[in-house]
Design a protein around this ligand. Structure first.
Ligand code: NAP
Ligand code: GDD
Length: 341
C-alpha cells in the first residue's frame, strides 16, 4: 500500500486529492492546523475512526511554519509521496498579510523540503505552483514563460518553485512543480471570485440577498474543474522522470463572462444585481492568464474536460442545492465526527 502525505488536506484541492488517493488504495496522511473550531468540513465524509482496522486516512496537527514538527512527521510517516498544497492561497489577502504569506506560501515549502531531506526518506514531492507566478507576462503561458509575479502571494510561489527545482538538482529528489491555472469546484473557498459569484446567485435567486459587490470584471482567467487537476498532480508523481508541468484548459474567460454564465443559468440578469466596490481591487492586478498545457497532454495524457461555462453551471447547481438543504454542497449525509487526532 502506497503512503501519501498531503499538506493543505482541508482545502479544496487537498480534499479532492485525498479522495483520489484513497480510491487508489493509498494510506493518506494529512497535516491539519489546530483551530478553535473544526476546519475539516471538506474531508469529514472521508473520515473513518482510526481504531477501525480499515482506516486509511490519518490526520496530524502541524503547521508549515513549524519546521521541527515537519521533520518529526516525515520521519514517523515515511510517505512515498508528499503533496505540498498548504498555503495562504488568497492573492488579495497576501497584500494585507505579506509577511505571513511569505512565511507559509514561500518558506513553508523549503521547511517541508528540508524535512524530507533530514528525515532521510525516499519519496516523491509535489509542489503546488501557480499561474500567478506568470503575473504580468502576457498569455499564452507555458513551462518556458518567464515569471513576473504581481503580488506577495505570486512572489512567494516563485520562491517555492525555485527551491523545489533546486532540491531536484542538488539532492536528486524526485520533486516536481505543477503550475496550475485557476481551478474551481463547489468546494472552492467562498471568497474566490467564482464561488463568490455562484453562492450569490443561489442566494439572490432565493431572495436572501439583493446585491453582489465585485471588483475588476475585466480580468481574464483560465478556469478549470478541480477534480481533474488533482488527477494531474498524481500523474506528475507517477512519471518516469521528475519535471514541471502546466495544467490549464487553454480557454479564456473574463470575470464578466463567468458572471453572465452563472446568472443566466439561474434565469437572472447580472446587471441588475452586481455593484462595484473598490475594496475588491488589488494594488497590482494580473490581467490575463491563459495556459498552454500541451506538455502535460503529451507526457502525462492529461487534458482538461470541463471548461468555464459548464463549470459555472456545476457550481450554481451545487450552491442552489446546498441552500435548499442548508448544508455543504458536497456532503449528502453529514455524519457525527469524533476526531481523535
Ligand atoms: P485552499 O482551499 O485555500 O487550501 C489551502 C490549504 O492550506 C488549507 O488546507 C489550509 O488549512 C492550508 N494551510 C494554510 N496555511 C497553512 C499553514 N501555515 N500550515 C499548514 N497548512 C496551511 O487552496 P486550494 O485552492 O486547495 O489550493 C491548493 C494549493 O494549490 C495552494 O497552495 C494554492 O496556493 C495552490 N494553487 C491553487 C490554485 C487554484 O486555482 N485553486 C491554482 C494554483 C495553485 P485551513 O483549512 O486550516 O485554512
Ligand atoms: N476574489 C475576488 N473577489 N476576485 C475578484 C472580485 C471579487 O469580488 N472581483 C473581481 N475579481 C477578480 C480578481 O481581481 C482577479 O483578477 C480574478 O477575479 C480572480 O480572483 P480570485 O478568484 O481571487 O483568484 P486569483 O486568480 O487571484 O487566484 C487564484 O488562482 C491562482 C492561480 O492563478 C487562487 O486560487 C490562487 O491561490 C491561485 O494560485
Amino acid at each position: 500500500m502506497k503512503r501519501a502525505l498531503i499538506t493543505g488536506i482541508t482545502g479544496q484541492d487537498g480534499s479532492y486529492l485525498a479522495e483520489l488517493l484513497l480510491g487508489k488504495g493509498y494510506e493518506v496522511h494529512g497535516l491539519i492546523r489546530r483551530s478553535s473550531t473544526f476546519n475539516t468540513s471538506r474531508i469529514d465524509h472521508l473520515y473513518v475512526d482510526p481504531h477501525d482496522p480499515d482506516a486509511r486516512l490519518f490526520l496530524h496537527y502541524g503547521d508549515l511554519s513549524d519546521g521541527a514538527r515537519l521533520v518529526t512527521l516525515l520521519s514517523q510517516i515515511a510517505p512515498d509521496e508528499v503533496y505540498n498544497l498548504g498555503a495562504q492561497s488568497h492573492v488579495r489577502v497576501s497584500f494585507d498579510e505579506p509577511e505571513h504569506t511569505g512565511n507559509t506560501t514561500g518558506m513553508g515549502s523549503i521547511r517541508l523540503l528540508e524535512a524530507v531531506r533530514l528525515a532521510g526518506i525516499d519519496c516523491r514531492f509535489y509542489q503546488a505552483s501557480s499561474s500567478e507566478m506568470f503575473g504580468a507576462t502576457p498569455p499564452p503561458q507555458n513551462e518556458d514563460t518567464p515569471f513576473y509575479p504581481r503580488s506577495p502571494y505570486g512572489a512567494a510561489k516563485v520562491y517555492s518553485y525555485w527551491v523545489t527545482k533546486n532540491y531536484r538538482e542538488a539532492y536528486g529528489l524526485f520533486a516536481v512543480n505543477g503550475i496550475l491555472f485557476n481551478h474551481e469546484s463547489p468546494r472552492r473557498g467562498e471568497t474566490f471570485v467564482t464561488r463568490k459569484i455562484t453562492r450569490a446567485v443561489a442566494r439572490i435567486q432565493a431572495g436572501l440577498e439583493q446585491h453582489l459587490f465585485m471588483g475588476n470584471l475585466d480580468a481574464v482567467r483560465d478556469w478549470g474543474y478541480a477534480p481533474e487537476y488533482v488527477e494531474g498532480m498524481w500523474r506528475m508523481l507517477q512519471a518516469d522522470e521528475p519535471d514541471d508541468y502546466v495544467l490549464a484548459t487553454g480557454e479564456k474567460c473574463s470575470v464578466r463572462e463567468f458572471l453572465t454564465a452563472a446568472f443566466e443559468h439561474a434565469g437572472l440578469d447580472w446587471e441588475k444585481y452586481v455593484r462595484f466596490d473598490e475594496r475588491y481591487l488589488r494594488p497590482t492586478e494580473v490581467d490575463s492568464l491563459i495556459g498552454d498545457a500541451s506538455k502535460a497532454e503529451a507526457n502525462l495524457g492529461w487534458k482538461a474536460i470541463v471548461h468555464a461555462p459548464e463549470l459555472a453551471r456545476i457550481m450554481v447547481d451545487a450552491d442552489v442545492e446546498a441552500l435548499r438543504h442548508e448544508g455543504k454542497p458536497w456532503i449528502d449525509e453529514p455524519k457525527h465526527i469524533n476526531w481523535s487526532v
